[in-house]
Structure formats: structure tokens, C-alpha cells
Design a protein around this ligand. Structure first.
Ligand code: GLC
Length: 738
């Protein structure tokens, strides 16, 4: 028998639960369909609230609807780690002491792993860091195609090939978004240079647009399911990327079915009516009067703020477009800020450290290794001379909006000392002086590398220390300072800066056991290539850079990275600098090279590159069998599977990235010699053989016909080519598309 008192309590509880259930409004009820929640919230909002949530209220946040309990949305850079907090209305950092992040490797390094599992690991990890910092939208990843080796922001992107970029961006998005953090894939589209980036109008034909520059964005939307897209600064067909009818309405919404949110680049909005009618949902970073330095905290002056409200209030515009924008913003909010299922995240966790180091180790590319100089044999190395500023320079600060305040950063020299320990004596010489500090938006690397010595003094010290060493490891390259791989400042040329070429040649004269490690996000010229024994492509590898590089150099890790872009011998060998224009003039840049970007150009013109797209060596060797297929011909509705055996014929474990290219020798429109359509990373023990398969369908054979405005796979002869790089084909097989 339940006592009266208890019965009363039960009844009160029951009433509270039942009444309470009804109290949760539809828009706040996670169990309701997203669209229903959005419509419910929209119906409850005032005109002023609708206007408020489609533009910024600070440098990196937009208002929610406090009255309804809908939270603010917080954005954060960047693609390689979570940016430190800035002041409400400033770029300058706010000086918090709890916002140091883990710095992940740059996305060129991720691309160089050619490993979708690494991309997922990257996304999950950086998404956890964003979540822990209570951010709702990660402003990345960037997937603009590597058109020229001079583009200052190539280090933030995934290379020159649309297929590789498309495959590598999808897992990153899924990994981030499983944390209840949106990715905001950028910069849509055609932001392939930094020179005149705010105004340049890109002229490109539809074939190149659809076959080269759009695929990674399309994959981000249709396969990755990105919740947001960032418009680009540049113009296309005369309209700014942030309110571009062709890109944002015709392609993104109508052709691809994007249901997410379009966010402007910071300062990329220029006109209210265009922003309203051409698909922009959220305006950030505008200079308040839209043209020059703005008044502080004048967010009501934004194009989508009072000027828009005035157009509606005057009756010139309806709320039709506004309601659509608000729907997209509310959807974003319910997926992120109001997502009650989201995890708590973590910052600089052991998992993130391991992830960052593994991605870096897998992304390092062994370009040359004459006489198997590498890995360093610690059993007989007594003295290792490390030369170069990039051995000691902190690289996580600088480069533009992807700059970070890292919790820590292990330099290459520190990494080598950590690893080598007492096994050998490590001596260091600066060799050259590039930049002596490192600061960005108030974040300082804390290094003062000032050095008054002359170039000749620096070179003679370096050679003196190198000449009797067992190994000489030169660590140089670019450094994310202005014009050296940085946002808003393209490079001036392909050459290494700071007199490094001369230094390398002098070092080669005094010691043949010279290893050159190039740290960069772009190709460089190598006039000394025949003078040195080994070359390693390192990247901006973040907090674990030094440990990852040391692990590869001493052989703890067998390098497996492959180049995500071509290294041309000289700049004129690159299509943007020969057939096309870079960076253009008078506000225009024309991509006259069309679809012939990177290896597509080199193979069309028979220009031998310094190092090919997809190139990367190992400390072991791999043997390829004969390519086989399950059929000789396929119809447009079925598929064909190619298989090849790969054997590790060397004496140590390793991983090989097997690449599949498709060639269509005869077509009614000109096509590249071949195009990447598949890749698989296979790990093999010494002597082990594995079978690798690729299944090809009709889309993989297609090209874009601009007149028909559709993808076409022409019946006829095709060839499948499998190899270790675009220029190292091991086996090929013809087949027929009926
Ligand atoms: C910058 C960049 C963009 C970045 C944004 C916010 O200008 O173009 O990539 O996310 O502004 O910092």
C-alpha cells in the first residue's frame, strides 16, 4: 500500500514529467525532424531576430535568439588547429591562457598520406579540439586546387588533382561533424591565388571548372555532407564568390542539392541586393561600410543588417529570401550549438598527439635516396651535422588565418636530439638567416633568431661543421612568412629564398652524405639535385613535426608519402605560367590552360617534371604483378574490377600507395593522357604479397561536355594504368566501354 504522502509525490512527479514534456518547444526537441524544428523556430521569430542571425555580431560569432533559447553560433579558424581567442571585434588575440591548441600537420601533408583513414583521424581529432573549445563551425578544410606553385595558400589545401582532393576531403568532414561541429569547406570557388584575391575575376571554361576546380567541393557536399560552405573572395563571371548566382544558386543548390549554410569569407560581402538574391546566408568580417576600414562594433551596418531590413520594411523586398537564409542558419544551429547529442571533445590529448604525429610520419615523402643513404644508421654514425634555419624555426605561428597558438612544437633539431640521444653527437649550424621572429595577430613564437653574420660567414661555419660529419642533414625550405607560403602574399618565384641553393651546393662539396629536407607547402626548384644524395619533402607538420621527421630519418618509420602535386623543374614548365596567366592583370586572370593542370599538362606537353605527381620512395622495394580485370568490356550500367599483386621484395616492412589512372585515347573532346581514378595504400611485411583491386564505373570514365552541360562517357577503347606514381606505370590493360 503506497502511503498518501508518497502518492502525492508520485502524482506531482508524473504531472511534471507529462507537463514538462509538452513544455519543450518543437524547435528544441531533438526527437523531432530537423525540418520541423526549423519551421517551428522560424515561425516564432520576429523580423529583427531573423535579420540578426544572418550576420556577425563580433569577429567570429553570430547572435542566436536569446528570447527563444537559441544559442549564438561561434566560428573558428582553421584547417590545422583551433585558432586562439581574439578580442570581440579585433583580429588581435585576446590573451587568454587556456586556448593553446594542438597543431596538426598542414593539409598538404594530409594529402601526401593518400590515406582516407588518416583523413578521418584528422577530422575526428581536430573536431574534438573545436568541440572542447565550444566552437560550432570550423572554417575549413580548404580544397582549392593547386594551380600554381606560387599560390601562398597551397599549404592549406589538398594538391593538384581533383580526384585525390575529393577522396581526402570527405573523411575529414565526417570526422569533424561527428563532434557536432560543422565544417565550412572553403573557398568556393576558384580561389587559386592570393594576389588581388579580394577583387580578381577568374575566367575559366566550364570543362576546367567542372573537371578540375569543383569536384572536391561537390564531394564535400554530396559525399561528405558538409553543413557549411565558405564563399570565396574572388569573382567568377563578374560576381563575387560570396554572392555568386552561378556558383551558389545554379551549381551548389540546384545541381548539387546543397541544404547547408553559405558563409561569406571575412570581408567577402559587397552588396546587399546581390547578397540577398545570390545565395549568401551569413555575412562575416565585413568592413562596416563595405569598402574600407570599418567602425568598430558597427555590425548593424553590415550589408545583411540594417540595409536589408530597410529594403524589407520599405516593401522593396519580401521576406522570402530572408526566411530561406534563416532556415539554413537555424539548421546549422540545431546540428551544432543546439545539438544535445554532441560529445565534450578534448584538447592536446594523447590521442591528438599520436594522430598528429602519425599523419606527419605518413605524409613525409622520400623524393631521392641515392645509395640508400637514408635511413641514418645510428650504429655507425658518430657525428650528425644539422644545418639550416628550418631545423629550429617554429612554424605553427604565421601563414595567415591558419596560424595557431600551439601548446608546444617540436622542431626538427629537437626531434633529432630527442631521438638520437647519446647514440651520436649532433652539431648544428644556422647556415642561412631567413626570418628572425614569428608573430601573427599578437601570437608570438617567442623566438629571436636574429643573427648579424654575413652569408659567407654562415656558409663557412656550416661547411666547417659539415665536412667531417658522418651525415649532414640540411633542413630548409619556406617558412610561412610573407611571400614564403602565406595567405594574402603569393611567392615571387620557384627558387628557395635566403641563399639556400648556394649553401646546399657548398655543403655538397664538403660532404657527399648530404640529405636535404625541404619544409614547404609548395614545390621548389632544386638546381643542386644532382649534387645531393637524398631529398625529403617535409611539410608544415605542426606540434609533432620534429618527432615525425626524426622517426623517418632514422628509419623508425618507413616513409610512404606520395606527392599531391607536381614539382616542375622550372616555373615555365607549369601550365599556369605558360599556357595560362598567373596572377593575371587589370583585375582579370584567365585559366587558358583549361583542364591541363599539373601532371595533366606535363604529360600533354611531354615536359619531364623534377618529381612527378604521386611520386614517393620507400626504404624497401615493391614489385608489381600484371594488371588483370574481371572482364574485357563493360556497359555503361555495370562496372569493371582491376586487380594487381603487390609484393614487398625488400628487407623491411613498408606501405605502397598503388595508383590507378584511366586513359581515354580517343574522344570527341580533347582529354588528358590519363587521370587519377583510384588509389590504395597497402602495408606489406618483407616478402609479403597482397592483391589490390579497383572497381571502375561509368562516371570514372566520363568527361564534362560543356555544350551538353553534362558528364559523358563515350563508348570505345580505354586503358587502366596502375603504378607507383603518375610517371611510374607498372602495368596497364585495355578495355572496352560498349
Ligand atoms: C580569411 C580567410 C579565410 C578565413 C577567414 C577568417 O581571410 O580567407 O580562410 O577562414 O578570413 O579568418
Amino acid at each position: 500500500m503506497i502511503k498518501k504522502g508518497k502518492l502525492t509525490i508520485l502524482l506531482i512527479l508524473l504531472f511534471t514529467v507529462v507537463y514538462g514534456q509538452n513544455k519543450i518547444p518543437v524547435y528544441g526537441d531533438n526527437t523531432k525532424p530537423l525540418k520541423e524544428r526549423v519551421e517551428d523556430a522560424l515561425s516564432r521569430m520576429t523580423l529583427e531576430e531573423k535579420i540578426a542571425i544572418i550576420h556577425a555580431q563580433s569577429k567570429f560569432c553570430s547572435p542566436g535568439v536569446a528570447r527563444l533559447g537559441i544559442p549564438e553560433l561561434w566560428m573558428t579558424d582553421g584547417p590545422h588547429g583551433i585558432r586562439p581567442e581574439v578580442l570581440w571585434d579585433e583580429w588581435e588575440q585576446a590573451g587568454w591562457t587556456n586556448d593553446s591548441c594542438f597543431a596538426f600537420p598542414a593539409l598538404t601533408c594530409l594529402a601526401a598520406t593518400w590515406d582516407e583513414e588518416m583523413s578521418l583521424l584528422y577530422g575526428v581529432s581536430i573536431g574534438e579540439e573545436a568541440r572542447y573549445r565550444e566552437k560550432d563551425v570550423l572554417l575549413g578544410p580548404g580544397v582549392n586546387i593547386y594551380r600554381s606553385p606560387l599560390n601562398g595558400r597551397n599549404f592549406e589545401y589538398l594538391g593538384e588533382d581533383p580526384y585525390l582532393s575529393s577522396k581526402m576531403v570527405v573523411p575529414y568532414i565526417k570526422g569533424v561533424q561527428q563532434n557536432g561541429v560543422a565544417t565550412c569547406v572553403k573557398h568556393f570557388a576558384l580561389n587559386n591565388q592570393e594576389t588581388d584575391r579580394f577583387t580578381v575575376n577568374v575566367n575559366v571554361d566550364d570543362r576546367a571548372l567542372y573537371e578540375i576546380y569543383l569536384p572536391a567541393f561537390k564531394a564535400a557536399v554530396q559525399e561528405g555532407g558538409t553543413w557549411a560552405i565558405m564563399g570565396s573572395y574572388n569573382k567568377y563571371r563578374g560576381q563575387y564568390g560570396c554572392h555568386n548566382q552561378y556558383l551558389l544558386i545554379d551549381i551548389l543548390r540546384k545541381e548539387w542539392g546543397f541544404e547547408g549554410t553559405v558563409i561569406s569569407d571575412w570581408g567577402g560581402t559587397h552588396d546587399t541586393r546581390q547578397a540577398v538574391m545570390n545565395g549568401l546566408d551569413m555575412e562575416f568580417g565585413t568592413w562596416t561600410n563595405g569598402l574600407d576600414d570599418g567602425k568598430s562594433n558597427a555590425y548593424d551596418n553590415y550589408f545583411l543588417a540594417r540595409p536589408y531590413l530597410d529594403l524589407i520594411s520599405s516593401g522593396e523586398m519580401s521576406t522570402t529570401e530572408l526566411d530561406d537564409k534563416v532556415r539554413h542558419v537555424l539548421r546549422l544551429n540545431f546540428l551544432t550549438a543546439m545539438n544535445k547529442e554532441k560529445p565534450f571533445g578534448a584538447m592536446v590529448s594523447e590521442n591528438h598527439i599520436l594522430a598528429g604525429r602519425t599523419i606527419a610520419e605518413e605524409g613525409i615523402v622520400l623524393l631521392k635516396n641515392k645509395g640508400d643513404l637514408l635511413p641514418v644508421n645510428l650504429d655507425n654514425a658518430k657525428v650528425i651535422a644539422v644545418i639550416g634555419e628550418n631545423a629550429i624555426k617554429k612554424m605553427t605561428v604565421g601563414g595567415g588565418s591558419s596560424s595557431l597558438k600551439a601548446k608546444y612544437e617540436v622542431s626538427p633539431l629537437e626531434g633529432l636530439i630527442n631521438r638520437v640521444g647519446s647514440k651520436a653527437k649532433i652539431i648544428y649550424a644556422r647556415g642561412y638567416v631567413g626570418t628572425t621572429g614569428g608573430t601573427y595577430n599578437g601570437v608570438d613564437s617567442g623566438q629571436d633568431l636574429s643573427d648579424e653574420r654575413s652569408e659567407s660567414e654562415l656558409i663557412s661555419e656550416a661547411c666547417e661543421k659539415a665536412k667531417n660529419a658522418d651525415y649532414v642533414i640540411f633542413i630548409g625550405g619556406l617558412n610561412k612568412c610573407e611571400h614564403q607560403d602565406s595567405e594574402s602574399a603569393d611567392r615571387f618565384g620557384l627558387e628557395l629564398p635566403y641563399n639556400q641553393d648556394k649553401l646546399i651546393s657548398e655543403l655538397a662539396k664538403v660532404n657527399k652524405n648530404l640529405v636535404v629536407v625541404n619544409i614547404s607547402g609548395n614545390a621548389i626548384s632544386m638546381p643542386w639535385l644532382n649534387e645531393v644524395s637524398a631529398v625529403v619533402q617535409g611539410w608544415y607538420m605542426g606540434s609533432e613535426a620534429g618527432n615525425a621527421l626524426a622517426a623517418v630519418l632514422v628509419g623508425d618509420v618507413n616513409p610512404s608519402g606520395k606527392l599531391p602535386f607536381t614539382f616542375p623543374e622550372k616555373l615555365i614548365d607549369n601550365s599556369a605560367h605558360s599556357a595560362g596567366e598567373f596572377p593575371g592583370s587589370d583585375g582579370q586572370v584567365t585559366y587558358s590552360e583549361g583542364i591541363y593542370v599539373g601532371y595533366r599538362w606535363h604529360e600533354k606537353q611531354n615536359i619531364k617534371p623534377l618529381f612527378s605527381f604521386g611520386h614517393g620512395l620507400s626504404y624497401t622495394q615493391f614489385k608489381y604483378g600484371m594488371l588483370k580485370s574481371d572482364k574485357k568490356e563493360m556497359t555503361s550500367s555495370d562496372k569493371i574490377t582491376f586487380t594487381i599483386d603487390i609484393t614487398n621484395s625488400g628487407s623491411r616492412s613498408g606501405a605502397e600507395i598503388v595508383q590507378l589512372y584511366i586513359s581515354d585515347p580517343e574522344s570527341y573532346l580533347p582529354r588528358p593522357v590519363k587521370e587519377l581514378k583510384g588509389f590504395k595504400k597497402v602495408k606489406l611485411l618483407p616478402g609479403e604479397t597482397k592483391s589490390v583491386s579497383f572497381t571502375i564505373d561509368k562516371p570514372a570514365l566520363s568527361f564534362f561536355d560543356p555544350d551538353k552541360h553534362q558528364w559523358v562517357a563515350e563508348p570505345g577503347e580505354y586503358a587502366a594504368l596502375v603504378g607507383a606514381s603518375s610517371s611510374d606505370i607498372k602495368s596497364q590493360l585495355g578495355f572496352l566501354l560498349k
